[in-house]
Design a protein around this ligand. Structure first.
Ligand code: DMJ
Length: 928
């Protein structure tokens, strides 16, 4: 094992092992892996089962990587629905998301070290040869500095780190001569012009060929960047400097970090989400641990671990203290304002914060890590995946899920820290859900809407870089990995950097680091960590006891306003008036309202919060009046439920919520617009009729197909090229008359989605669909039919069904794949043979202008966007009460919270508030 030196740490509290051997893969820099000490709680998982799950992860990786290599390489990413490569410029722009794509075979580079972790050394050797042979880093394309650093520079450095490790072992990579490192260095130099700002913060984008300044660069006019974008460079840049001896990279990354630290809000010690790279002013003053900031904190702690520089730990601890004081409201993590940190900035959380429990494990703060992770897991159990954003009362806020790995990452670290087999079960659920809901014939597809189970034609490279690593490592024993993972640290993209770098080429350490830490109260700096050798062996139910009070936190929470737990501790104060309780007819309420802002700072704070709640509440209520989208799932051969289309609901006809659904074969109506009595009733009788939008009201179409005997209807948009990818879904309104006579369910599909069904009819004639509120588990659809073994493996419900006994636990991944291909009914043919793939353009995002236009004859209710909230079922108790009960039994973790120290006049608060409202609106529009 390589020794890494430098830095101080928590080793003194963990006497059994040298501190630096703990730092990396287990991420338990403060923790000894406790995997062997578990004796009670969740039932232990046998070695056989862990191996079986590990093999399943290998098979899934092969499916994702194999399809990328076969159908997309050398493109940056695979489009798993249309089974082809995503080449920037050849697909409609997706905005910022595309800035990760630099025509440099992104997925291949991001996958390099995953291949070694998954013991695919031969494939790694082949992949490295391909990178060296094919990848061009000099393309005329504008890329994100942040994404290129974490995915490409990190990928090359991770690949180099493991290539030299393998070479030293003496079997593989004997020909390797630092070629990946040379590429990394070339890329590093290409990124450096981005740092040419007075602040030292990098521009957010750079042209790989022309840099920033040249007229051909098409970039360099930006003024803002995100904190994570500027603060997530030090691991890769320092590694590059230390591997090569070229100190400039580490210097630049340190300078950017120093600047961010300087600019922290001094009274709260928090940082905002975006900053002006020229002036250093905070552009967005909201602050959390998710999107826009996340990996800045991660890199401060990990920079300390990798580089052994105390200043990074000091900074991290100062920020961590502020996070725990203001943002952490266990189990929630809620954004606040950097200047008014007692004021929540949002009523929702984003999925990126799911990495935070893992970071807390590295810090050694296990309790809040367990709590937040448990809350996130319950959200996942509700929707199968973590939606991009969800509200404080756990409703879906943004419904997409691009197969993000953060929750798997935290699960892995929590398992390493606690040894609690519960986390293995969590990992097993993640595997099952990926196979059941995201797996498609040509890879794994992102979820467009976790509520309906519909897909997006997207498989991001981080899915291969991170998800499979963490899932595989979760179930692996030490001997399952061909090197000692504890000799490495994970970057934010899960690339591996060796800890021995801390003692290599250290000359630049601290050279540019500010030295003003004396102003800080040293009591903030926690140099020791809980000793888990004491914590876990003595109380093996520790983690479970923390989870227990939270076990119904998601199911039983009620819609709520913005509430801070601390307020319940304000002694003697009358509970403030909440927006949700306000009644304009109540004189006492009106009196309280009048007083707000007039008497004291507490009243002013209450007034401010009241207004905030009112705004949130009204937008929430507006959203709640809208119906959530529905799903059209193609269930017949050869789709078997894999194709799920997002559909708009109707305000009339059968309500597909409440677990009702309609299944039937489809038939086109004649006339196709369905605006008069059908001339082909025999064709639609007992079927789901397809009707074209336009010419008459939706309700009229419904009545005509119902009269012809149809059991349901799908209206297909007549605007060619429209798609739910690019246009907001809407609900079909009635005709202003009584629509109770319409009994059949009606759904709306945009043209691109509708044409998938029309293409399927052309190719297969008999096409059966399921209309429902949410895509159904494929096992339920396939009951009684022969199905591929990966579905059987991933679905316990199916295990009792009579199935061909083709699978065998000890079977290799390759065998599993081929056994599924032998089964007639589910043979997908080559991906190109399916209707989806024979018409690859059928899923391309549409022309938005077209999609937005509306036929005048149709009455459409409010636009329904993808961030519409959806209530969860279940008995409802107030989360605030739960939290309060919980808090009452615990010591108040935040005794320093003080309300209303300074009096601010109400009009100044209102002026501030206007700014904040604008910031809210901006945030709502921003992508993650
Ligand atoms: C990854 O690219 C990295 O983990 C990054 O820090 C933010 N999240 C994405 C995956 O969700």
């Amino acid at each position: 094992m390589s020794e890494a030196g430098g830095g101080r740490g928590c080793g003194s509290s963990v006497p059994q092992r040298a501190p630096w051997s703990l730092v990396a893969a287990t991420a338990a820099f403060c923790l000894v892996s406790a995997t062997s000490v578990w004796t009670a709680g969740a039932a232990p998982m046998s070695r056989e089962e862990r191996q079986k799950l590990g093999n399943q992860v290998l098979e899934m990786f092969d499916h994702a990587y194999g399809n990328y290599m076969e159908h997309a390489y050398p493109a940056d990413e695979l489009m798993p629905l249309t089974c082809r490569g995503r080449v920037r410029g050849q697909e409609p722009s997706r905005g910022d998301v595309d800035d990760a794509l630099g025509k440099f075979s992104l997925t291949l580079i991001d996958s390099l070290d995953t291949l070694v972790v998954l013991n695919k050394t031969k494939e790694f050797e082949d992949a490295v040869r391909k990178v060296l042979r094919d990848v061009n880093l000099d393309n005329d394309v504008v890329v994100s500095v942040f994404e290129t650093n974490i995915r490409v520079l990190g990928g090359l450095l991770g690949g180099h780190s493991l290539a030299i490790m393998l070479k030293e072992k003496g079997e593989y990579m004997q020909w390797y001569n630092d070629e990946l490192l040379q590429m990394a260095k070339q890329l590093g130099y290409k990124l450096l012009p981005a740092f040419n700002t007075t602040s030292g913060l990098p521009y957010p984008r750079i042209n790989l060929k022309f840099g920033i300044r040249k007229p051909e660069a098409r970039t360099g006019t930006e003024t803002d960047t995100c904190t994570a974008c500027a603060g997530t460079l030090i691991l890769e840049f320092a590694a590059l400097s230390r591997f090569t001896g070229a100190t400039i990279f580490e210097e630049y990354a340190r300078k950017a970090l120093d600047f961010l630290w300087e600019k922290r809000q001094r009274s709260s010690n928090l940082v905002g989400v975006t900053i002006n790279i020229h002036t250093g002013d905070w552009v967005r003053k909201d602050s959390g641990v998710g999107a826009g900031i996340d990996s800045y904190y991660e890199y401060l702690l990990k920079a300390y671990v990798l580089l052994g520089d105390d200043s990074f730990l000091e900074r991290f601890n100062t920020h961590y203290d502020a996070i725990m004081r203001y943002i952490s409201q266990p189990p929630l993590l809620l954004d606040v304002h950097i200047h008014k940190p007692m004021l929540n900035a949002r009523t929702w959380m984003d999925a990126l914060l799911a990495f935070f429990p893992g970071l807390q494990v590295l810090k050694g703060d296990i309790r809040p890590a367990i709590e937040t992770h448990e809350m996130l897991y319950q959200v996942i159990k509700k929707h199968n995946f973590l939606p991009e954003a969800f509200t404080t009362d756990f409703r879906v806020h943004w419904a997409q899920h691009p197969l993000r790995p953060e929750f798997a990452e935290s699960t892995y670290f929590l398992y390493k820290a606690t040894g609690d087999p519960y986390y293995l079960e969590v990992g097993k659920t993640l595997i099952e859900n990926l196979n059941k809901y995201a797996r498609v014939p040509c890879g794994f597809a992102a979820m467009k809407d976790v509520r309906t189970g519909s897909h997006e034609d997207r498989m991001d490279s981080f899915f291969l870089a991170e998800m499979f690593k963490y899932l595989y490592l979760l179930f692996a024993d030490k001997e399952d990995i061909i090197f000692d993972i504890e000799d490495y640290i994970f970057t934010t993209e899960a690339h591996l950097l060796p800890l021995w770098l801390s003692t290599t080429n250290q000359s630049i350490s601290k050279k540019n680091t500010t030295s003003e830490y004396t102003e800080l109260d040293d009591s903030n700096f926690d140099w020791t960590c809980p000793n888990t050798q004491i914590l876990f062996p003595n109380d093996p139910l520790y983690a479970q006891s923390i989870r227990e009070p939270l076990k119904n936190v998601v199911d039983k929470s009620c819609p709520r306003g913005i509430i801070r737990v601390e307020e319940s501790f304000r002694s003697g104060a009358k509970p403030p008036l909440r927006a949700r309780d306000f009644m304009a007819t109540n004189p006492e309420h009106l009196e309280i309202l009048k007083k707000m802002g007039a008497a004291s700072s507490i009243d002013a704070e209450d007034g401010l919060r009241f207004m905030q709640e009112m705004i949130e509440l009204s937008s929430q209520q507006q959203k709640e009046q809208q119906l959530p989208p529905r799903a059209v799932q193609i269930v017949s051969h050869p789709f078997f439920g894999r194709v799920v289309l997002t559909a708009g609901p109707a305000q009339f006809g059968l309500d597909l919520s409440k677990h009702k659904e309609t299944r039937g074969f489809v038939a086109s109506s004649k006339p196709y617009n369905g605006c008069s009595e059908l001339t082909n009733p025999e064709a639609v009788m007992g079927k789901i009729a397809l009707i074209q939008r336009g010419q008459c009201m939706f309700a009229e179409k419904a009545r005509n197909i119902q009269n012809a005997g149809a059991i349901g209807g799908i209206v297909i948009d007549d605007n060619e090229g429209s798609s739910s990818d690019t246009a907001p879904l809407f609900q079909m309104a009635g005709d202003g008359k009584d629509t109770d006579d319409i009994k059949i369910p009606m759904l709306f599909l945009f043209s691109k989605e509708g044409s998938i069904i029309l293409d399927a009819i052309r190719e297969y004639e008999e096409v059966e669909v399921l209309l429902s509120d949410k895509a159904k588990d494929r096992a339920a659809i396939l009951k009684g039919k022969m199905i591929p073994s990966y579905i059987i493996n991933s679905n316990p419900e199916m295990e009792n069904e009579e199935q061909p006994s083709s699978e065998n636990d000890s079977q290799s991944a390759e065998q599993i794949t081929s056994s599924s291909q032998e089964v007639d009914l589910v043979d997908q043919g080559s991906p190109e043979e399916s209707s989806l793939n024979s018409q690859p353009e059928s899923l391309s995002p549409a022309d938005t202008d077209n999609a937005a236009s509306v036929s005048p004859s149709e009455q459409i209710s409010n636009p329904m966007e993808n961030h519409e909230t959806t209530s969860l079922d279940g008995e409802c108790t107030d989360l605030d009460n739960q939290l309060q009960e919980q808090s009452e039994t615990e010591e108040d973790s935040n005794p320093n919270v003080s309300w209303g120290k300074k009096v601010q006049p109400i009009d100044s608060i209102l002026a501030d508030w206007n700014e904040d409202i604008e910031a809210f609106e901006m945030m709502e529009k921003d992508e993650l």
